[in-house]
Design a protein around this ligand. Structure first.
Ligand code: SAM
Length: 320
């Protein structure tokens, strides 16, 4: 008798379907004229990761005795990204706050906290959250202009028995992230952290630290020590950071995100104390592998009506 395969998750079909669904959800606000967060095809990867992880997080949390589960987006941006690539210049994709919000009402967080240092970003985000309300339902959210440091202080006030957090830390670079602040987030037992480690730019800037005292100082603050000086390349730097995070969390995984081929741009570092959370990694790693520029173009063709053969685009996919 043939055995049912253990994991029938098909990352390719899943990704295609989710790209299409997410783009479809912003079709009515695509040309709203509000400000956009900058994007590239590879931004889509972290967003698809978030989409998958948010669903898994809520599913796991609901099986436990939590009263509140917060989605926290410390660098929320505007809620919508545009693309620099010439042939994608008119296309849009939901940014992290909308990706998380669109998981509602099926996989809703009890509260959403979005913050960003820029006034304009939060203004655009609030407008967009209002516009997509028919799709998200009445979610309980706060969107505030706030520096990362203040957001960390705010999260600390919510730390109590019965509260869990999914914290998405998606900075522009590295200088606004200080190890002292990361440590505070990592010390929250019931917080899963997803951190975009900008490997390429961190490795590149390390070269400047010899001549530039300010850059050296921001590296010291980012890592919280000077061990980074011994790291020879981006992989060693991300491994150092992973090890530091492991002092606080049981499971710390790194998922590399490549631009093309071997050229790595950033790593997603996921830190959790939950076995369930760590189990999700294998599926998400496979999603990262298949989310190519070509896949995205395919999705665009369907959305913009350039491809009529939908059956070729969609395959069997799971979970939703
Ligand atoms: C990579 S973008 C975020 C994109 C967003 N997560 C998305 O998926 O659309 C980084 C954001 O960090 C914000 N930012 C920069 N420095 C910050 C700080 N110190 N505290 C909070 N936000 C900051 C920028 O305004 C920008 O919107």
């Amino acid at each position: 008798m043939s055995k049912k395969p253990k994991n029938t998750f098909d990352p390719y079909n899943w990704s295609k379907k989710r790209i299409n669904t997410l783009m479809d959800k912003i079709s009515s606000i695509k040309n709203d004229g509000l400000s956009l967060s900058p994007g590239q095809i590879w931004s889509l990867k972290k967003l698809l990761f978030l989409d998958y992880y948010a669903r898994a997080f809520v599913t796991i949390i609901r099986k436990n005795d939590f009263q509140n589960w917060y989605y926290v987006d410390t660098h929320a941006g505007t809620g919508m990204i545009g693309f620099e690539e010439t042939d994608l210049i008119k296309e849009r994709f939901p940014g992290s706050p909308l990706v998380a919000a669109f998981r509602s009402p099926e996989f809703s967080f009890t509260h959403y906290f979005f913050s960003d240092i820029e006034d304009k970003s939060i203004h655009s985000l609030k407008e967009r959250l209002q516009s997509v309300k028919p799709l998200t339902g009445a979610i309980d959210y706060t969107a505030q202009v706030m520096d990362f440091k203040k957001t960390v202080e705010f999260i600390e006030t919510k730390k109590k028995f019965g509260n869990a957090f999914l914290i998405f830390v998606d900075p522009t670079g590295y200088s606004e992230i200080k190890w002292d602040l990361m440590k505070k987030l990592l010390a929250i037992n019931t917080a899963d952290i997803v951190f975009t480690f900008m490997t390429y730019s961190i490795a590149l800037n390390k070269e400047n630290t010899m001549e530039n005292l300010a850059t050296e100082q921001s590296f010291n603050e980012f890592f919280g020590n000077q061990d980074w000086k011994k790291c020879e390349d981006g992989n060693a730097l991300v491994e150092l950071y992973r090890l530091q995070m492991s002092q606080f969390k049981k499971y710390v995984e790194v998922i590399p995100v490549f631009q093309t081929g071997e050229r790595k741009l950033y790593d997603l570092i996921i830190a959790t104390n939950s076995k369930g959370g760590s189990n999700v990694m294998e599926d998400t790693r496979r999603i990262m592998e298949v989310t190519t520029t070509e896949l995205f173009r395919d999705a665009l063709k369907v959305i913009t009506g350039k491809t009529t053969d939908l059956t070729q685009f969609f395959g069997n996919s799971n979970p939703s």
